[in-house]
Write a protein that binds this ligand. Structure first.
Ligand code: PFF
Ligand code: NA
Length: 452
């Protein structure tokens, strides 16, 4: 049953895709992973993946959504039927669904940290604080399962409400303000970093490409991050593509999303690393990087409490527009498949993910060092979920590339791409051969190292 309506506005898909792409992945995850993996080499692999693998797959994933006009699982089922290919391609939908639960479960906990800092900023409690004070405060936040659970609950409830009430169309207007404002305020932080931090070292760190610096696990993390940051390979883009009008250019849209997303990550990275090196902090300190570094800058800068408050509110807006795109594919599936109402579907997804998120909550305190879980899997739950998302998203993307490259007919693809010229052949070559081979290459080298 295809009950999807099409977004009336031509620009809506672009805005929704940017809303999904730009989020904690750019501001929190990119700097922390780059910092842990030596900077430049990580950035090089990440950027290569975005442009040679990410963009072609972004086009492919949007195409599958628009062509099927269904949620990912039902959409893949539909496409395998109409193309008389194996039903096992439906795995793309299932894998995406699993990734959505995993990612949202930790995404929501981290977004909760931003709620905490919004509060801290607006109440002025960090004005004039020094690095010790801020680090202690962050450790205290992580040490409290109750506080982390509270924020996690607030964030996931807000995300669920938006999707459940079907008001995310209304988000459109909000995004038109939030995204540019976020970028501007990042530039303000960067300017502060340039004048008060160590910008040259930050540039060196991020753009000195010494590929030997990168461990094999670092390769996996860089590739995984390129998919994560574009919301790619797990059905979010497919679900949004299902609502996309037939006239919009897939290529143009994909390139804009990739450029905007990369720009936000680079500005955030340069700002954060300028501050890190200026204050003599450790770039490889892990997931806390942004949440220790930026409050320090806000504590010192004039009107910092206000600027910091606005900054974290915008971060929350960006995170919400990403988290709703994690709920959408699963909720749309439950509605299509089981005839649930939208609120019921969202409730089912959100409650399960909320519970799963508790494992991330205790990864920072009760189970931070050792636990049954750690004993079984060799990782804290949070690290395992991150690792799995680094594997599942590229895997999903690889399957999407193969399906779009080999199972769709040439004429259909030409119709979707609106061209059969040089760009079309380039794209087809990339999704048929290069993107799958690149993912396979990284998997074959890196996965045997994982945990070792
Ligand atoms: N792209 C988002 C970010 O960079 O924050 C994270 C994300 C959203 C990943 C939606 C996957 C997804 F489906
Ligand atoms: Na992103």
């Amino acid at each position: 049953m295809s009950t999807h309506n099409v977004w009336t506005h031509k620009g809506t898909f672009l805005l929704a895709a940017i809303g999904s792409a730009v989020g904690l992945g750019n501001l929190w995850r990119f700097p922390y992973l780059a910092g842990e993996n030596g900077g430049g080499a990580f950035f090089l692999v990440y950027a290569l993946c975005i442009f040679a693998v990410g963009i072609p797959i972004l086009i492919a994933e949007t195409m599958l959504g628009r062509n099927s006009r269904r949620s990912p699982i039902m959409g893949m089922r539909f496409l395998t039927r109409t193309h008389k290919t194996s039903r096992s391609w439906e795995a793309i939908g299932w894998l995406g669904g699993i990734s959505a639960f995993l990612i949202l479960s930790f995404y929501s906990v981290i977004a909760g940290w931003a709620i905490h800092y919004t509060w801290q900023m607006l109440t002025g409690s960090l004005i004039g604080a020094d690095i010790e004070g801020i680090a202690t405060g962050f450790d205290a936040l992580l040490a409290s399962p109750a506080l982390l659970t509270l924020y996690h609950t607030l964030f996931i409830a807000a995300s669920g409400l938006i999707v459940g009430l079907g008001v995310h169309q209304g988000i459109e207007r909000g995004l038109r303000v939030i995204m540019p404002a976020l970028f501007v305020i990042l530039l303000v932080v960067l300017a502060y970093g340039v004048t008060h931090g160590d910008f040259p070292t930050a540039v060196d760190f991020l753009f000195t490409f010494n590929i030997a610096d990168l461990s094999l696990e670092g390769w996996l993390e860089a590739m995984g991050q390129s998919f994560f940051t574009l919301s790619l390979g797990m059905g979010a883009i497919m679900a949004y593509g299902a609502y996309m009008s037939g006239e919009v250019s897939l290529t143009r849209t994909a390139i804009i999303v990739a450029i905007v997303d990369t720009a936000v990550a680079v500005v955030a990275g340069l700002a954060i690393f300028s501050l890190v090196f200026g204050a003599g902090l450790d770039a490889g300190q892990g997931p806390g990087l942004m949440f220790v570094t930026l409050p320090l800058a806000f504590a010192e800068m004039p009107a910092g409490a206000l600027i910091g408050g606005i900054f974290f509110i915008l971060v929350l807006g960006a995170a919400l527009s990403s988290s709703i795109s994690l709920i959408e594919p699963v909720a749309a599936y439950l509605v299509e498949r089981f005839d649930l109402t939208r609120p019921q579907a969202v409730l089912a997804m959100v409650l399960t993910t909320w519970a799963l998120g508790l494992l991330t909550v205790i990864s920072f305190n009760l189970w931070a060092e050792e636990s049954v879980f750690h004993g079984l899997f060799g990782y804290r739950p949070f690290d395992l979920f991150e690792l799995l998302s680094n594997i599942f998203m590229p895997l999903g993307g690889m399957l999407i590339a193969l399906f779009a490259g080999w199972a769709l007919t040439q004429s259909e693809v030409v119709k979707e791409m609106g061209t059969n010229g040089l760009w079309f052949s380039t794209w087809r070559f990339l999704v048929r051969f290069i993107a799958p081979a690149a993912v396979a290459f990284v998997f074959l080298h890196a996965i045997p190292q994982v945990g070792g």
